[in-house]
Design a protein around this ligand. Structure first.
Ligand code: ADP
Ligand code: ADP
Length: 236
């Protein structure tokens, strides 16, 4: 069964004061099986961020459904969405979004704290995890002491440390040079393989898309093509 089923998802926005309406998503259908690494590509304004925001429960659709693990989450309360996000979702953004006042280790521990893992077990889990990801040597540093690529690898670790079912990434390589992009994408790929975490990544970057099992092309709020990548960097 699919981890995520999106059905006839439609989102209208009122565009400013003109009374015009923007159709950001137009009866979009998408299925994402558990464990898949999917990239969404499409021009600016094609609805990629809107799709991710609705799947994350950060915005409400105008109509249509989002089904998670067989459960229709379209009409969950804000409290139920918060619980779902805390437990089952991880986020990675273009701008890293680490907390500047916290060290790498503390940033990565945050999702475990939010899930009420006790402090000693969380610290142990974070140390082991950072070690597996070759990030232990920067565990005590602060974000401003790191390169962009290092910050983004820490952000990926933070998004994955609580073993969420799904990680949503919006242009995660958009601020990185190609060497840093590669190290970040390899980390996504490794965690997708090892933890079987499902990844849904919106990107303009063809290099990022070359890591995906499947590329979904969007335009005007619709899927207009899909590419199954049997020859992706790791076979699915
Ligand atoms: P993408 O991520 O592919 O660039 P978006 O999902 O950000 O596309 O935007 C899709 C369309 O919806 C665009 O026309 C955008 O201007 C519009 N849009 C997105 N968010 C809002 C909003 N909060 N209010 C009004 N229009 C929006
Ligand atoms: P991207 O292309 O990465 O989606 P954007 O700059 O289009 O980035 O949008 C960034 C955020 O701003 C989106 O999450 C969207 O919800 C919001 N947004 C986009 N267009 C509009 C708009 N016309 N009015 C208000 N909010 C918008």
């Amino acid at each position: 069964m699919s981890l995520l089923q999106v059905r006839k998802l439609t989102k209208f926005y009122a565009a400013g004061t003109s009374g015009l309406v923007v159709k950001a998503l137009d009866r979009l259908d998408l299925d994402v099986p558990q464990g898949e690494f999917v990239c969404i590509m499409g021009p600016s304004g094609s609805g990629k961020s809107t799709l991710l925001n609705i799947v994350a429960g950060l915005e409400r659709p105008t109509s249509g459904q989002v089904v998670w693990d067989g459960r229709d989450v379209t009409r969950l309360s804000a409290k139920e969405w918060a619980a779902l996000r805390r437990r089952d979702l991880g986020f990675v953004f273009q701008t890293f979004n680490l907390l500047d006042a916290l060290t790498v280790e503390e940033n990565v521990a945050l999702p475990l704290m939010l899930n009420r893992v006790d402090v000693a077990s969380a610290a142990e889990r974070v140390r082991v995890f950072l070690s597996e990801l070759n990030l232990l040597e920067i565990a005590d540093r602060y974000p401003h002491e790191l390169s962009g690529g290092q910050q983004q690898r820490v952000a990926v670790a933070r998004a994955m440390v609580h073993r969420p079912k799904l990680v949503l990434a919006d242009e995660p390589t958009g601020s990185l040079d190609s060497a840093s992009s590669q190290s970040v994408l390899e980390l996504f790929m490794e965690l997708n393989a090892v933890q079987t975490t499902t990844i849904l990544m919106a990107t303009h970057d063809p290099f990022a898309a070359s890591y995906a099992h499947r590329v979904v092309f969007m335009k005007d709020g619709k899927v207009y093509n899909q590419l199954d990548r049997a020859g992706s960097r790791r076979s699915f």
